[in-house]
Ligand binder design. Sequence first.
Ligand SMILES: [Zn+2]
Length: 349
Amino acid sequence: MNPNIYWQAVVAKSQIMSDIFVYAVKTTGIYCRSSCSAKTPKRENVEFFQTWHEAETQGYRACKKCHPSGESIAVRQHRQMIEACELIQANNGELGLVDLAAHFAMSHYFFQRVFKQEIGITPKQYSNEVKRQNMTQVLQNRDKNIIDVAYDSGFNSVGRFYASVQANIGMTPTSFRHGGKQMQIYFALSECSLGYVLVASSHKGICNISMGDDLEQLLQDFQDIYPNAELVANDTDFNAVVAHVLEKIEMPKTQLQLPLDIQGTAFQQKVWQALMKIPVGETRNYTEIAELIGQPTAARAVAQSCANNRLAVAIPCHRVVRKNGDLSGYKWGVERKRTLLEREQFSQK
Ligand SMILES: [Zn+2]
């Protein structure tokens, strides 16, 4: 590459270029990254090298400020944030931001920024997700009663444990254990222009809308979500609900007048609420949704929340596409996504 470009990078203290080459200063015998905070040397004293090895071969020593030898800053930060995730997991999500940052000799402000950049969510959100997963695991261990589980998980009161499970998992420990056992869930299978549809409702509202080509698979997936709930099929009163949902699928402008039983983490709920505000006939990309909920770097977590949506069409995750217009995936098949979007555009004309 043209040395003038390297030189401009040095003058500008370029971050982007800092992993691409090093510059060495003849008068000091030290070599640096372009991003180094050291005083900019005179142009005539500077030599450029593609790799730090070459600089060392020429007798230069690595700068103590910018550590130009070894892994690049980007690679190191990536490795550190993976390590941070492991650390959070090892501590059951209980490690505070200041302690975490201290482990990497970073300020907590900087640590939080790098973490969010690398992982897509904040350390706090990641910790909550770890807690949620751990709770899910301990609750699945049926050899222990819930009070023991609460104390084993480090809670000093059962009440706090209940509150935390409810906040993190979206149902009480007992409901979770029973796979929704106290719940009666009404469901019906039907057919529409997009294939088979399964609609289900708890006493709170519609809790599942899924679509597929294979009736048995559809039913199996549904049962897997509520292994112990009492599933009530073909209830006459429920047929009216199903009819209304089908209408919404066939005619996008129909307002769904039914309560929804939306279960998910606080983050998922935020994403889903944002999706419900996308007007019929329009789309947003994952980053735009992340920005809308005030977490601009959480695009990957947004995509994950779309994939965890249980309420097809009612929570319009089909209106979220890639930045370049690609449809990206759809839990119920990308062809259905395409059809839904085309239909909505047509309904706007
Ligand atoms: Zn330096």
